[in-house]
Design a protein around this ligand. Structure first.
Ligand code: ZN
Length: 159
């Protein structure tokens, strides 16, 4: 599988958020809140973390995961589920049944696969560059490290 660019991965996240099933989920929130997370491609979230989510506000993805488009998209779906769980104030363990339920709405067919990230030879090579065994992290840029702001287009209500 080919890699994916930061722009294309952000576009995928936006498309995902705009799907009917994810919008339906987001609209179950009681208070008037807007879901618009910041999306960051960072050198690494850690040697074992393909992505990381900070509340509902920020989703981070490790640069080395972009070496495989389908794995990277899986990480985005997984982190989006964490962000939505926080946004909806749904309690539960990090990967508990509540999380799985949200992941199922985001990825009805792929949720099982999305529970963990999956390594590929290209990812392994990229990951080892950033996390060399027994040596200091080199943090060589593997892709553009980027920050994207997801902004919801305001809906104009006619009066
Ligand atoms: Zn997780």
């Amino acid at each position: 599988m080919k890699g994916i660019t930061p722009d294309a991965l952000f576009k995928y996240l936006k498309q995902l958020i705009n799907t009917e099933r994810v919008q339906a989920l987001l609209h179950t929130v009681k208070r008037q809140k807007i879901f618009q997370p910041i999306f960051k491609i960072v050198p690494t979230c850690g040697a074992r973390w393909g992505g990381m989510c900070y509340g509902a506000g920020t989703i981070e993805v490790s640069s080395w995961i972009l070496k495989d488009a389908s794995v990277a998209k899986g990480v985005v779906r997984h982190e989006l589920a964490h962000a939505i769980q926080d946004f909806l104030n749904i309690a539960g363990r990090a990967h508990g049944k509540e999380f799985i339920q949200i992941l199922k709405s985001i990825a009805p067919r792929k949720w099982r696969w999305d529970r963990h990230w999956h390594s590929t030879p290209a990812i392994q090579i990229a990951r080892t560059k950033i996390h060399p065994r027994g040596r200091r992290t080199t943090l060589k840029p593997l892709t553009e490290y980027r920050t994207f702001k997801y902004a919801v287009t305001p809906i104009t209500v006619g009066v």
